[in-house]
Design a protein around this ligand. Structure first.
Ligand SMILES: Cc1cc2nc3c(=O)[nH]c(=O)nc-3n(C[C@H](O)[C@H](O)[C@H](O)COP(=O)(O)OP(=O)(O)OC[C@H]3O[C@@H](n4cnc5c(N)ncnc54)[C@H](O)[C@@H]3O)c2cc1C
Length: 408
């Protein structure tokens, strides 16, 4: 049954006949795709619903960085390590090109104060097994010939990698379907039903209802709205980011390169009016170069801000002067799913049994999606997870006493 105002589905898009699933995954971004893929590997009957076309949310507007380098020792780094292992396996297991490139990252400091901070951060990471090799300013150009000659120092992180997020999500969804999953695009979730005990019982969409015992909320920046349908509060806010895309050019940049200020912008406390800009530069297989990025809280405003575009271009050119001669092709924005304590929410909610959060990955959801899928799979199948999932509990105190950012 269609919701009021929704157009009738065409014959090709008719709701599937089967309406009973073990699990309904809401959202076909990379997080939802990884969850669905892992759950079908475990033999479960999975339905993935998305209100738009497949993978049309934030996954389509991010970069493809799989970063170990930007994570301090702690729960998120452990999740990133698990994910990196899984990405490496997936690159073989999927038997399809997802443009996975273990190209390594280089973090650079422009001045001595930044260099000290970078060295300290890298020393802490080494203690928990991260490979982080200092490369002095005068030797950085052996790694990246076009870097500015006057940089203070750099840290080489050979474990960092890259993937094409939309391609990866499409392949994961395709393979989940081959194992029996049903994928329903243009199906907006409008209600979540519970049974007499309060446990999840159904998901209602604009393309029909699905009876289920488990719901995985992988709706990215819109996960707060989905949580509210289940009577839950998830203090999630969209954090806008700009990306610039250059014209295709000869290979100029070989690693993922970003400036030392980037890590600070990730964990900066919420400043409703501030725009954080740092430089993240990476080339793609198509020859374009992606220049990121910015962070700001402006609700779901999709307008491109010329000032921010200029600031990103200037910072990137500071690192790579050669970019001054490369034309920009386009710019776009996307919305990171941000939570106030800077950790994703992954796990079952106590208030509504069967309702599983898989969201709040902010600017790391591409990298962290395989580990998220694995934790969700182990939770639903009752297996011991490979890492401690406790820090990601959706009911953790730091998400209850949250300092929310106003939506614009
Ligand atoms: C500029 C920028 C750069 C980034 N760079 C990186 C990077 O380099 N590396 C990295 O790891 N991460 C990066 N990220 C973050 C990353 O893109 C996100 O964390 C990740 O894409 C989140 O994926 P997701 O599957 O959770 O959400 P999404 O991809 O947003 O998917 C959610 C889906 O839910 C659907 N949905 C929403 N509401 C409903 C509803 N009511 N009913 C049905 N469906 C619904 C949406 O249509 C959407 O398709 C970046 C983000 C931005 C904005």
């Amino acid at each position: 049954m269609s919701a009021a105002g929704a157009s009738e589905p065409s014959a090709r898009n008719r709701p599937p006949a089967r309406t009973v699933s073990d699990v309904v995954v809401i959202g076909s971004g990379l997080v939802g795709a990884c969850c669905a893929y892992e759950l079908t590997l475990a033999g479960l009957n999975v339905t993935i619903v998305d209100r738009g076309h497949l993978t049309s949310g934030t996954t389509a507007s991010g970069e493809g960085n799989i970063l170990i380098s930007d994570k301090a020792p702690g729960a998120e780094l452990e999740l990133a390590k698990l994910s990196l292992t899984r990405w490496t396996e997936l690159a073989d297991e999927l038997e399809a090109d997802i443009e996975y490139e273990p190209k390594g990252g280089v973090v650079v400091a422009t001045g001595e104060a930044e260099a000290d901070g970078l060295r300290h951060f890298a020393a802490q990471q080494r203690e928990v097994g991260v490979t982080a090799v200092e490369v002095s300013g005068d030797r950085l150009r052996e790694l990246e010939p076009h870097l500015a000659p006057d940089l203070a120092t750099g840290i080489h992180y050979p474990q960092d990698a890259q993937v094409q997020p939309v391609l990866a999500a499409a392949v994961l969804l395709q393979q989940a379907r081959q194992r029996g999953a049903t994928v329903v695009p243009e199906a907006e979730v409008t209600a979540i039903g519970v049974d007499r005990t309060g446990r999840v019982a159904s998901v209602t969409t604009t393309r029909g209802s699905f009876a289920t015992r488990w719901v995985v909320n992988a709706a990215g920046p819109w996960s707060g709205e989905i949580s509210a349908l289940a009577g839950l509060h998830l203090p999630l806010a969209p954090r806008r980011g700009h990306i610039l895309v250059t014209e295709p050019c000869e290979p100029l940049i070989h690693h993922k390169v970003y400036d030392a200020g980037y890590v600070g912008t990730l964990t900066a406390d919420a400043q409703p009016d501030a725009v954080e800009v740092s430089s993240v530069v990476e080339s793609t297989r198509a020859g374009t170069i992606l220049l990121g990025s910015s962070r700001e809280f402006v609700g779901y405003d999709r307008r491109i801000d010329g000032e921010v575009v200029r600031a990103i271009a200037e910072r990137a050119t500071r690192l790579f002067p050669v970019l001054a001669g490369v034309r920009l092709m386009r710019a776009y924005v996307g919305f990171r799913p941000w939570l106030p304590d800077h950790l994703p929410a992954i796990g079952e909610t106590l208030a509504v049994p069967g309702f599983v959060q898989a969201s709040g990955h902010e600017g790391a959801g591409i990298g962290l999606s395989p580990a998220t899928g694995r934790l969700v799979r182990d939770l639903i199948t009752g297996h011991e997870p490979p890492i401690d999932p406790t820090p990601f509990r959706p009911d953790r105190p730091t998400l209850q006493n949250d300092a929310e950012v106003a939506h614009g």
